[in-house]
Design a binder for this molecule. Structure first.
Ligand code: DC
Length: 221
């Protein structure tokens, strides 16, 4: 099995590029952030603060989670319900980041992620895929861009969806999430020692994809 791990901060184009790269290579794509989002959604729905580590931990045995992977994309099933859209709202982005700092949550999701990669050629994106989940991935990429560039892209995406929000607020949220994801004691966001750093600042999506595809080919994918 060929495993490609793609990590990096929110908004570097990780999920879009990972999905496009997987398509181009004929691999399946797994977005592991969706799993943390589903746990965050579950906590919020049960009236438990995503920062309440003990409370969230108690919920874990009742969570049944599945990433239904297919060439058409992935769907997130939470206790059988398709929550692929419900996990994309800003409240759940924040909740996901908060529950992802809880060690029991990370342990709960670890095997699920490892199992997905053991059965197929996969592009898996997240924050700790190259460092923790798939330390033996044949190719590791750390995709990054400046906070301003990432906020600009996210702002444009939101405006396109009809969400009226100021650029400064998006930039603020990007910075907050960066801080939460890099400063947490467990599995903080960082590049694996053997990861290739790809900075997408100022690049169009298609050009970044070309770079990733070229790197994959150099690695005999
Ligand atoms: O990639 P995303 O924005 O959907 O991720 C949501 C949150 O989940 C993010 O703030 C960090 C966390 N996350 C993580 O800790 N480890 C991963 N492998 C993927 C996501």
């Amino acid at each position: 099995m060929f495993n490609i791990a793609i990590d990096g901060p929110a908004g570097a184009g990780k999920s879009t590029l990972s999905r496009m790269l997987a398509d181009k290579l004929g691999f399946v794509y797994a977005d592991t952030g969706a799993l943390y989002r589903a746990v965050g959604l579950f906590a919020v729905r049960h009236g438990i603060s995503p920062q309440d580590a003990a409370g969230v931990q108690k919920l874990l045995p009742s969570i049944q989670l599945e990433l239904a992977l297919s060439p058409e994309g992935q769907r997130v099933l939470l206790c059988g319900e398709d929550v692929s859209l419900a996990i994309r709202v800003p409240e759940i982005s924040k909740a996901a980041s908060q529950v992802s700092a809880i060690p029991a949550v990370r342990a709960f999701l670890l095997d699920l992620q490892k199992d997905m990669a053991s059965e197929r050629d996969i592009v898996m994106d997240g924050r700790d895929i190259g460092t923790v989940v798939l330390p033996h991935a044949q190719l590791k990429i750390f995709l990054t861009a400046t906070p301003e560039d990432r906020a600009r892209r996210r702002h444009a995406e939101l405006m396109e969806k009809g969400v009226d929000i100021a650029y400064e607020q998006v930039l603020d949220e990007v910075r907050q999430r960066d801080a939460q994801d890099t400063e947490r004691p467990i599995a903080p966001l960082r590049a694996a020692d053997d990861a290739i750093i790809v900075d997408t600042t100022g690049y169009e999506l298609e050009d970044s994809l070309k770079r990733l595809y070229a790197i994959a080919k150099e690695h005999r994918v």
